[in-house]
Design a protein around this ligand. Structure first.
Ligand code: NDP
Length: 327
């Protein structure tokens, strides 16, 4: 038997509860994992509270991320005792996920823990940190280099934002962090932000072409914020678009793209192919400061994840929540 946060019902109405489940209720998969940690992502909070259409099949064990040890494996890639983790890949959406003490997954979804990271650290990074790294990789692929100019991170005190600030500043970028929580300015400066910009400033309507400021940006907010960021992106700059914490709409014009050569780079962490996942995690293990990761992380037991989800959606969680699935 094992404990899991399970959603039961239909698309129209479902409820989530912490339940004891039998091992033989787990769906098919090559590798059985004894989970030690999971994490709480924006998408998990939407699924757990029923405020977003995340879950595609019922019943569904929630949780986009998991980290633990292999118990049984039919795959030559993994052996009992291996330390493994998985993020995205349909976990908690189409396949039973990681807010659980046990998960059975296809070998393709799993990665070996990279050298230099603990299981807990892999979940402190989780989907959010992986997304921050994919955004950094996309911006660098587009030509961004330290010294090119200021790089903006929006929703900076959240999970993706905190990790983006830490990662980019350690790499030598001059980061401007946008937050709606000015009380968290000391936290963002300690993560490496060079300056803070109020969330409200970016929510103001701007002309389609504003003064050129950003060499690059990682946007977790969307809506008017994203439109303002695009308008102030410098020639040949790029914006990695990964979130919608402020809304899914985007009202802009073609001018930044056709007059300034600005690029909009889409980021989806859940469908990243294995090679990209390995490259990104290798960089995360090498480049992210352990001290900063510790500063970003809090730990909560599985039993507290429902109230933690409400806090996250209310914009009241700082950084990342690691879930200890065994307490
Ligand atoms: P968090 O809740 O941890 O952080 C979101 C942050 O956005 C908040 O901390 C807050 O930052 C800011 N924010 C919240 N509400 C608003 C609002 N109404 N208007 C403007 N800013 C707001 O979530 P994550 O960091 O985990 O995720 C951020 C976004 O990225 C989400 O939309 C999520 O769905 C998306 N995402 C996308 C992924 C992908 O693969 N593309 C993967 C992971 C996440 P502050 O207090 O500093 O202003």
């Amino acid at each position: 038997m094992f404990n899991a946060l399970i959603a039961e019902g239909t698309n129209d109405h479902y409820s989530v509860s912490l339940k004891e489940l039998r091992l033989d209720s787990l769906p098919d998969g090559q590798v059985l994992v004894k989970n030690l940690y999971s994490s709480l992502n924006y998408k998990d909070a939407l699924a757990l509270t029923g405020r977003g259409k995340i879950i595609r099949k019922f019943p569904m064990v929630c949780g986009t991320d998991l980290a633990g040890r292999v118990m049984e494996s039919n795959s030559p890639e993994f052996r009992a005792g291996d330390e493994v983790f998985a993020i995205g890949q349909g976990l908690g959406e189409t396949r039973w996920g990681g807010l659980s003490q046990r998960t059975r997954v296809p070998a393709e979804s799993l990665l070996h823990l990279p050298e230099g990271l603990s299981l807990k650290q892999s979940m402190a990074i989780g989907t959010a940190g992986f997304t921050a790294m994919l955004s950094l990789m996309a911006l660098e692929h587009n030509g961004l280099k330290p010294g090119t100019g200021e790089v903006l991170v929006t929703g900076a005190a959240g999970g993706v934002g905190s990790l983006a600030v830490a990662l980019l500043s350690d790499r030598g970028y001059k980061i401007v962090a946008s937050t709606g929580r000015p009380d968290l300015t000391p936290y963002l400066l300690r993560l490496g932000a060079a300056a803070i910009i109020e969330r409200a400033e970016l929510e103001q309507k701007t002309p389609p072409l504003a003064s050129e400021r950003w060499a690059g940006a990682i946007d977790t907010v969307g809506g008017q914020t994203l439109a303002s960021v695009i308008a102030a992106t410098a020639a040949y700059g790029a914006v990695a678009v990964c979130g919608l914490a402020g809304g899914p709409n985007l009202a802009t014009t073609v001018f930044p793209f056709i007059l300034r050569n600005v690029s909009l780079l889409g980021i989806n962490s859940t469908i990243a192919p294995k090679l990209i996942r390995i490259q990104a995690w290798d960089r995360l293990a090498r480049e992210l400061s352990a001290d900063k990761l510790e500063m970003i992380t809090s730990v909560a037991p599985l039993s507290q994840i429902m109230p933690q989800s409400e806090l996250l959606l209310a914009g009241k969680i700082r950084g990342r929540v690691v879930v200890d699935v065994n307490s």
